[in-house]
Write a protein that binds this ligand. Structure first.
Ligand code: NAP
Length: 294
């Protein structure tokens, strides 16, 4: 039997950490699978994805800018359907593609792994791009009370529209809520939240340079609050440094990354993902990468 091909498609995609964690997991479980980063330009993406599956493929992750295309060419399930965005594709026996979105459930699963129950939690999500969209959706599904804030009001409105449009469909009505906070007054809402999530790139290392800005006024935080930064490069952003000095419980984006990857791994291989192995591989890689940052 030939090695099963899998990977992530995007443009650009060379920076992706997914090959590191998936290949470590395959090796640990003794699966004859290989995971590669595949760069597909937007003009060739539809044909490229189709070719990859026609040649035989166990599954693909999909990253920017192809998540909407992946939604269009697949039967989308759950969050992928609500958000019109797919980050995991598999083919069934007849060759039809099925699409899933694991980013938002990745963060919810990570929080549960830390014994944090999102049900009824008051959460401020900063930013309203692709990651925030998936995070807000999954948190509302598990009955959290979410406030979203972004520089552009229409981005926040789009999220509320996508997420809340589906809340009355199905047998049981979701109890979670999603409201918008204007960017100019976001700091006034920090104190009424249990958890603050940064879903903007503010604080991210760029070209080996540390960004020491924070997306909120951290002096408004109190020690009983939790702060999660979706960023994992650097491993500790300025937001997390300041929050932990105040005494907050803090988490970087590695947990979300691993857990969304683990869900994709389960979907592709049908096997339970070895979370510790995936996390170890990512941490080792990031530690090496952190050296040389100024
Ligand atoms: P995106 O779609 O480009 O959205 C970025 C959001 O941040 C937008 O709302 C954007 O608003 C806002 N933003 C950008 N620069 C800002 C600034 N200087 N001040 C305030 N707001 C700003 O990106 P994304 O895919 O959602 O990713 C967002 C973050 O999540 C990134 O840091 C990424 O590393 C992280 N992420 C982590 C994981 C994980 O597994 N841990 C997964 C996905 C993403 P404007 O349009 O106004 O710029």
């Amino acid at each position: 039997m030939a090695t099963v091909r899998s990977g992530v498609v995007g443009h650009p995609v060379a920076h992706s950490l997914s090959p590191i964690m998936h290949n470590a997991a395959y090796k640990h479980l003794g699966l004859d699978w290989n995971y590669e980063a595949i760069d597909l330009e937007p003009a060739n993406a539809r044909e490229g994805i189709s070719d990859i599956f026609n040649q035989g493929c166990g599954g693909l992750n999909v990253t920017m800018p192809h998540k909407y295309l992946a939604f269009k060419i697949s039967i989308a399930h759950g969050a992928a359907n609500r958000l019109e965005s797919v980050n995991t594709l598999i083919a069934d026996d007849k060759g039809s593609l099925h699409g899933y979105s694991t980013d938002g459930d990745g963060i919810v699963n990570f929080l549960s792994s830390q014994n944090i129950d999102s049900d009824g939690m008051r959460i401020l999500v900063i930013g309203a791009g692709g990651a925030a969209r998936a995070i807000c959706d999954s948190l509302v599904q598990v009955n959290a009370n979410v406030l979203v804030t972004a520089r552009k009001l229409d981005q926040s409105l789009n999220i509320v529209e996508a997420v809340m449009a589906h809340q009355t469909i199905g047998k049981s009505r979701i109890q979670g809520t999603l409201d918008i906070v204007d960017w100019s007054v976001r700091n006034n809402y920090i104190q009424e939240c249990d958890l603050v999530i940064n879903a903007t790139p503010v604080g991210m290392t760029k070209e080996k340079k540390r960004d020491t800005s924070t997306p909120i006024d951290t002096s408004k935080l109190a020690s009983n609050q939790i702060v999660l930064d979706t960023i994992y490069h650097p491993i500790e952003t300025e937001l997390l440094t300041q929050a932990s000095e105040i005494g907050c419980k803090t988490f970087n984006g590695i947990g979300m990354l691993i857990h969304q990857g683990a869900l994709a791994f389960n979907i592709m291989t049908g096997e339970k993902a070895p979370l510790e192995i995936m996390e170890k591989a990512i941490r080792e890689h990031l530690r090496e990468d952190e050296s040389g940052i100024s």
